[in-house]
Design a protein around this ligand. Structure first.
Ligand SMILES: Cc1cc2nc3c(=O)[nH]c(=O)nc-3n(C[C@H](O)[C@H](O)[C@H](O)COP(=O)(O)OP(=O)(O)OC[C@H]3O[C@@H](n4cnc5c(N)ncnc54)[C@H](O)[C@@H]3O)c2cc1C
Length: 433
């Protein structure tokens, strides 16, 4: 072979096997922190650091593997009695991650920082599961917002909840309170779900959309719907209602391309009768309360998808340093480094905006919804762009169902529709300028 080039094939059967690539990355512990996130930020307290460590371990050791396993199941099996989904909910509670910011004496700025630190890790672990864990708290949160002790007792923290707002005929409409996005001559369709006042009760009839997160498993709902107070005036109101006491049936769990560990589905109300105190925001407060909740939800989406974008970047960087082509790791190529830098910049910019928005809104009586929307749209777009770039960097290995990046790509894609289509949210935000 002296001086000759050896053209004989090197047969490494598993060389391009995405399963082994993913396994190797995991064994190397490289699904951990490849890039500065928490560690580089100065000034965090011991409590914040400990919370981050707990959240990161939970994201890495519980959410990540559970998310990958649940992604492969059909929508009905995701919620089966023996599903690992229930272990995720249980462990989250056991570690106290659902109540980290529950101390009402915690200064708002600290609460804002904690939400960003923990929320990003949840999104890094698995974005669909992060949404399931986050939205589960909505009914308890609305009960607390009402200040009614009986309601707080009935819907305590730990209740598995959902946020039922969109309807088959009202998706984008739900953020268009005053019709600014409506076409000339257009008018809103009839509501699909109505709560009718009946003495000291409300009777709820109709349905919510197939997209309600935790919709077919929730024990309670934060229900945003049309209300008939008996005075002939159209309006909306917010209720906290039980979903497991009769008068309620569920649709089939929705099968979808991304965030498959997140259960979604319709809720049907068949004359559900609830006491009048279940109404936590009457028609005159609906707009203000919905603004508050949308501001919180959009900012939380912003945090979750910073984490999702970072997960894609971590995987891409690890792969670039280990994948050999032309005898060198592909990281050696300038264009690969340039692509990684663009991805890094997107993650850092989305995180910086999200932290600013969360901090500002934490101290305002009336949060700035347009800021929260800016964060949601920026983070979800960043997650999709970074995941798409990462998938490109993985080459053929990236499109295999066994490679973790294709799942993150699908998860990120649907985030641009989740909690409002990004383009509609953008117009709604701009209408407030
Ligand atoms: C992963 C996920 C989780 C979700 N979780 C929940 C939940 O927990 N609770 C809940 O109630 N809902 C939930 N949703 C529903 C979600 O909020 C809606 O899907 C979203 O608001 C869009 O509504 P739609 O699907 O009816 O689309 P449509 O409103 O029908 O929109 C369809 C298309 O038309 C465009 N369009 C609509 N109106 C306008 C307009 N005025 N101007 C310009 N373009 C317009 C949109 O941009 C979009 O491209 C979830 C959705 C997803 C994907």
């Amino acid at each position: 072979m002296n001086g000759e080039v050896d053209h004989s094939p090197t047969i490494t059967l598993a060389q391009n096997d995405a399963v082994l690539i993913a396994q190797r990355l995991r064994e190397n512990g490289r699904l951990g922190m490849a890039l500065p996130a928490f560690d580089e930020d100065p000034g965090y307290t011991d409590f914040e650091r400990a919370s981050w460590e707990t959240a990161h371990r939970f994201a890495r050791d519980v959410m990540r593997p559970a998310g990958v396993a649940l992604d492969k199941l059909n929508a009905a099996d995701v919620i089966a009695a023996k599903s690992i989904l229930w272990d995720v909910f249980a462990k989250h509670r056991e570690l106290g991650l659902d109540a980290l910011d529950a101390d009402s004496d915690m200064p708002p700025q600290e609460r804002a920082r904690l939400r960003c630190i923990v929320g990003e890790e949840m999104g890094w672990g698995d974005s669909g599961l992060a949404i399931a864990l986050g939205v589960a708290a909505f009914p308890a949160m609305m009960a607390q917002m009402s200040g009614n002790p009986a309601l707080c007792e009935r819907f305590p923290q730990g209740t598995l909840g959902c946020w039922a707002i969109t309807e088959p005929d009202h998706g984008s409409d739900f953020i268009d309170f005053n019709g600014v996005l409506r076409q000339a001559g257009g008018h809103s369709n009839k509501p699909n779900c109505v709560a009718r006042r009946d003495g000291n009760h409300f009777v709820i009839t109709g349905q919510k959309s197939a997209w309600v997160s935790n919709g077919t498993i929730a024990q309670a709902a934060a229900l945003f719907c049309a209300v008939d107070m008996g005075d002939g005036r159209p309006g909306n109101a917010v209720f906290v209602v039980p979903l497991n006491e009769g008068g309620v049936t569920r649709g089939k769990p929705t099968d979808k391309i991304g965030q498959r560990p997140l259960n979604q589905g319709e809720i049907f109300f068949e004359d559900l009768r609830v006491s009048a105190d279940c109404m936590v925001a009457p028609p005159e407060a609906y707009r203000a309360v919905t603004d508050q909740v949308l501001s919180l939800a959009n900012a939380s989406m912003g945090t979750t998808f910073v984490g999702c974008a970072r997960a894609a970047l971590d995987l891409a960087l690890d792969y670039a340093k280990t994948r050999i082509q032309g005898d060198v790791p592909i990281f050696a190529h300038q264009s690969v480094k340039a692509r990684l830098f663009r991805m890094f910049r997107s993650v850092e910019a989305a995180r910086a905006l999200n932290q600013r928005v969360t901090r500002i809104n934490a101290t305002r009586v009336t949060p700035l919804l347009e800021l929260a929307i800016a964060s949601k749209v920026t983070s979800t777009q960043a997650a999709f762009d970074v995941a798409s770039d990462a998938l490109q960097l993985f080459g053929g290995a990236g499109i295999s169902r066994d490679c973790p990046i294709e799942k993150i790509f699908r998860d990120a894609r649907i985030s641009m529709i989740e909690d409002g289509c990004n383009e509609v949210l953008g117009m709604a935000a701009a209408a407030r300028f």
